[in-house]
Ligand binder design. Structure first.
Ligand code: 13P
Length: 248
C-alpha cells in the first residue's frame, strides 16, 4: 500500500512573515491524518520555516537544487546546503524551470542525482504542453523525461524518489486534467517504471499537479494511480491546502 503525499509548491510568493503565518496555520490544521505532507518554500525562507516545523508532521522541501556538487556556480544552491536545513524533498524539473530557465532533461537528471546524493528525495516533475498533447505526443514526452533520469541515475534510484505528473496546460490555468485523463498518464508512468522494475513501480508515489483545488482533489486522489498532489496556487491559502490534504 502506497502512502499518500500532498506537497505545496509556494513558488516565488510571500514574504517571510506571511510564509511563517502560512506554515503555522497549516500545522494547526493538520489533525491526525496519516497522509504525508510537505511544503516547498523559497530558498531564503528555508531556515525560518524549518525552525517552525521541527517536530511536526509537516516536512520541508526546496523548489530546485543545483546540478553540481559545489564550486563557481553563482546563484545556485547545492544539495549539501539544502540538507543543512532539513530538506526532505526537492522539486526537480518543474515545468517553470524547464520553460523559463532552460532546464533540460539532462540537467534535471543531474539535479535528481545531486539531491539523492544528500538523501534528499527528488520530486521529479514531468508533463506535456498543450501543443504536445494536441499532437498526440504526451507519452513520447513522458518517455523522454523519464528515460533521461533513468539513464543517469538507474531505475533503482526511483525507490527513493517521487514523480509528479503536471500537464503544463493545467498549471495555474484553472484547467485541470479530468480524473480519467490524469489517471491515464499516471498509469502509463507506473507501467513505464514497471517494465524496468515492478516492485519499484508498485511503491513509487506519483503525484498529480495542475490546478488542484478543494473541489476537484477528492476525485483525482481517488484514482488508483494517483497517490497525492503537488499544489501551487491553492497551497498559498492554509484553508484550501488543508482541505485538499484532508480529502486524500
Ligand atoms: P497550480 O496548482 O497553481 O496550477 O500549480 C501547480 C504547480 O505548478 C505545482 O508545482
Amino acid at each position: 500500500m502506497r502512502q499518500s503525499l500532498v506537497v505545496g509548491n509556494w513558488k516565488m510568493n510571500g514574504t517571510r512573515s506571511s510564509s511563517e503565518l502560512l506554515a503555522k496555520s497549516i500545522i494547526t490544521g493538520l489533525g491526525s491524518s496519516s497522509a504525508n505532507i510537505a511544503v516547498c518554500v523559497p530558498y531564503v525562507y528555508l531556515f525560518a520555516i524549518n525552525e517552525l516545523i521541527k517536530n511536526t508532521p509537516l516536512a520541508l522541501g526546496a523548489q530546485n537544487v543545483a546540478d553540481k556538487l559545489s564550486g563557481a556556480y553563482t546563484g545556485e544552491i547545492s544539495a549539501v546546503m539544502l540538507g543543512e536545513f532539513n530538506c526532505k524533498y526537492a522539486l526537480v524539473g518543474h515545468s517553470e524551470r524547464r520553460s523559463y530557465y532552460g532546464d533540460t532533461n539532462e540537467s534535471v537528471a543531474a539535479r535528481f542525482c545531486q539531491a539523492q546524493g544528500e538523501a534528499i528525495i527528488p520530486i521529479l516533475c514531468i508533463g506535456e504542453t498543450l501543443e504536445q498533447r494536441e499532437q498526440d505526443k504526451t507519452f513520447a514526452v513522458i518517455d523522454a523525461q523519464l528515460s533521461a533520469v533513468i539513464s543517469l541515475a538507474g531505475i533503482e534510484a526511483f525507490s527513493k524518489a517521487v514523480v509528479a505528473y503536471e500537464p503544463v496546460w493545467a498549471i495555474g490555468t484553472g484547467k485541470t486534467a479530468t480524473d480519467d485523463e490524469a489517471q491515464e498518464v499516471h498509469h502509463y508512468i507506473r507501467q513505464y517504471v514497471a517494465a524496468k522494475d515492478q516492485a519499484i513501480a508498485d511503491r513509487i508515489q506519483i503525484l498529480y499537479g495542475g490546478s488542484v483545488k478543494p473541489n476537484n482533489a477528492g476525485g483525482l486522489f481517488a484514482m488508483p494511480d494517483i497517490d497525492g498532489g503537488l499544489i501551487g496556487g491553492a497551497s498559498l491559502d492554509a484553508e484550501s491546502f488543508l482541505k485538499i490534504y484532508h480529502s486524500i
